[in-house]
Design a protein around this ligand. Sequence first.
Ligand code: PEP
Ligand code: MG
Length: 578
Amino acid sequence: MTPSMLTGISASPGIVVGPVHLLRWEVPEVPERAIDESAVPRELERLRHAYDRAVERLRGVRVRAERHAGPAEAAIFDVQVSIIEDADLRRRVEDVIRQNFSAERAFDVVMLEWREHFARSAHAMMRERVGDLMDVHIRVLSILLDLPDYDPVDLPKGSNAILVTHDLTPSLTLQLDRECIAGIATDAGTRTSHVAILARSLGLPAVVGLLDATSRLTSGEKVILDATAGVLVVRPTAAELKDAAARARRERREGEVLARLTGEEAITVDGVRIQLLVNVDLPEEAAGAALSGAEGVGLMRTEFLVIGRASMPDEEEQYQAYTNVIRAFDGQPVVIRTFDVGGDKLPVGGYPHEPNPFLGWRAIRMCLDEPDLFRTQLRALMRAAVHGNVRIMLPLVVTIDEVREARALLAEAARELEDRGVAHRADVPLGVMIETPAAVITADSLAKEVAFFSIGTNDLVQYTLAVDRGNARLATRFTPLHPAVLRLIHRTLEAGRANGLDVSVCGEMASEPLMAFALIGLGLRTLSVAPRSVARVKQIVRGIHASAAAEAATSALDAGTAHAAEQIFRERLNAELS
Ligand code: PEP
Ligand code: MG
C-alpha cells in the first residue's frame, strides 16, 4: 500500500494540490523478443511509425520550448529530429531487425552502440550529442513499447499537475510547460543540487530527495505537495486538504508582510549594516530579482545559459544576456561567475562521463582547457561591463595558477576587443569563489592576486565533509554548521580582512535564516541569497544584534559537532527574536 505521506527535502517553498504527473525519463527495460522471418516487415513498419510519432512529438515540443525559452534553446529539438532522420542510424537498426530482432530490441542495441561511440569520441562536437541521443533513445523506445509515463509535455492546459520524476535534467526542464505544472517532486536531489536551485529560480514549489516517489505514486493520484515542509501527502483526506489550504493562506499572508520589507534597510538592532545581494540563475529572472529589495547581484550563474543547448551561446548572445542583468540592476554591483559547467550541472551531453564528476573536469578547469570558449565569455563580460558595475568571478579555484592563467586569457580577450575596436572595460575586478579547503588554506596567498572572495558554501561543505551535495541519501550529513566548515569560513574572512578584500557568501547557506544568523556572527557583512529569501533574511537581520550572533559564533567555532553548533545558534536566535 502507498503510505499517505512521503518525506523529502524542501527545495523551493510553497503548498500546492494537484494530480501526479509521473514521468519516467530513463531508458526503459526492453524485453527479449526474437521474431521470425515473416514478422520482419511488420517490425520495420512499427519502427517507421514510431519514428514518425517521435518526430511529430519533437516538433510540438520545439514550438513550446521556443515560446518559453527562446529559439536557441529550442534548436536542441531540431538536433534530435535530425538524429531520428539520420540515414545511417535507420539503416543500421533495420539491418538488426532483419537479423530477427524486434524493433525495440534492434533500436535499443543500436542506440547503446551509438551512445557509447559518441561518448568516447575525441571530438567535443560528438560528445555534445550524447544527451540528445539519450533523449531520442528514451522517446522512440517508449513509443515502441507503448509506455504511458514517458512524455514530459503531454498535459492539458491548467492541469495544475505535480511533476513526479527521478531527477530533473536540463533538457527536461526545458520541456516543462509551466502553465500546466504547479510543482515538482523528485527522487534524487538535495537542497543544493541544481534541480533545487533551478526550481527556486522558477518559483516552482519543489520537494527533492524523496528517494522512491516514482515507484510509489501513479499518474493522476491527487497529492498535496507541501514543499515548505518537504513532504508529499498522497490521496489526502478532506481534513488534510483543509489544513493545507489554511497553511497556504498563512504563507501568503507572511509573504505579504515580508513584501513590505522590500524598501527597508538590512541593518541589525545594534546598527550593523548587512549588504544583501541576490543570486540570479537565469537572465529572465533578473527583472524580478531586482524588485526583491536586494542591493545587487552577488552571483550570476552563467552556466544556466547553456542548459540543454545544442551549441554554446556566442559572444553576442552572451553579451545581451549579461547586459540584460546588468541593466536590470541599474548601476548596482553585479558579480558574474564564469561558466561552472560539469559536476551535476549539464549532466547530459557535451562532456565526457566521468566516474567522479565533482572531482572532475568542471568549472575553471574546463574553461582553462577550452580557451576559445573561455575567451568568448570573457569578451562578452568585458563588453557588458561598460553598462554597469560588474565583477568577474572564477569558480572552483584551487590554485593561484588558475587565477594567473585566467588573468592572462582576460588580457588576451581584451586585446581581441581592442583590435576589433569594440567598447569594453579591460579593468573589470576579478575575484574567486572559495569553495574548496585548498582555497581556504591558501586564501592568504590568493588574496594577493584577486579583488574579492565569495564563499560558495554548497561546494565548500561538500568538499570539506566529503558529502556529495546532490546525494539524497546523504542529505542529513550535509551540515553547513559543522565546526570544520565554520572554521574554514572564519579563516577565509580573516585572510580577506588582512588583505583588505570584500568577502561574501553566495552559497545556499546564506538564504536560510538560522545560517544567515550564523554567518553574520562569523563576521560576514555581505550575503547573496535566492530571490525569495531576500526579504526573509532581511527580517532576521533587522531582528537581531550582530553582537549576539558574534557571541554565538565564538562558542559554535569550538563546538564538538554540527548538532551542538546548531543548538548554540538556534537558542541564541530564538532569544533574539522572542
Ligand atoms: C556554491 O558552491 O556554494 C555556489 C554558490 O556555487 P554552485 O551552487 O553554483 O556550485
Ligand atoms: Mg559551487
